[in-house]
Design a binder for this molecule. Sequence first.
Ligand code: MG
Ligand code: ZN
Length: 221
Amino acid sequence: MMEIKVLKDILSANDQRAKENRELMDRNGIFAINITASPGAGKTSLIMETIRQLKAKTKIGVIEGDVSSSIDAETVAKEGIPVVQINTGGTCHLDATMLSNAFDNLPLQQIDLLFIENVGNLICPASFALGEDRNVLVASVPEGDDKPHKYPVMFSNADLVVLNKIDLLPHVDFDLQAFCEAVRGLNEKAHILEISCKTGQGTDRWVEWLANQLSAFNSPS
Ligand code: MG
Ligand code: ZN
C-alpha cells in the first residue's frame, strides 16, 4: 500500500509542476508539442523536416530528451534553432521538472512553437504530463502493425499518430488497415497521418495539421 501512495505523490507533484510549465508557456505564447515514440521511429527526423519547412515563418524551439548524448540537439542547432538538450541520466522519460529546468536555457519570448522530443519509450512518458498542448506519437512501419496493441496507454493519449517510413510499406509485412483499426479502437479522436520523412510524402499534411493547431491556439473561438 505504501508504494502506491508514494507513486501517487510523485505523480501529483509532477502534475503541479506541469501546470506551472503550462502557465509559463501561456504567458510567453508558446504552443508545445510532446513527441513520443520508440527509439528510431523518426522523432528527430520529423522535427528536422518541420524546421526546414516552417522556420521561415514560425519561431520554433526544441527540447531534446535523451538518456545520454547530445547528438540530436547538435543536429537541430545546425539549423539555427534554439535548442536545449536534457540528458535524463538513465531515466526513461521526461518529467515536468526536467522541462522546467530546460526553460531556464531557452529564449521563451522568441518561441511560438516548441517541440519536446521525449525519450524513446512507449511506456512511462504517458504517466508524466509536461504541460504540453498536444501529444504526437510517432510510429513507424518497420516496427510492425501490432504496436497499438502492445502500448495501448500511449496510443490512447495521443492527439495525433504519425506513421513514419510509409515508403517502406512495399518491403515489409505491415497491415496498414489493421494498424489504423487498432489505433481507432483505442482512441477515437486521434488522427493518423501517413508520412515519410525520407521522401517527404505526407509531410505537407503534417505541416498543415500544425498550422491549424497553431492558429486555433492563437485565436481561440
Ligand atoms: Mg531523436
Ligand atoms: Zn520512464
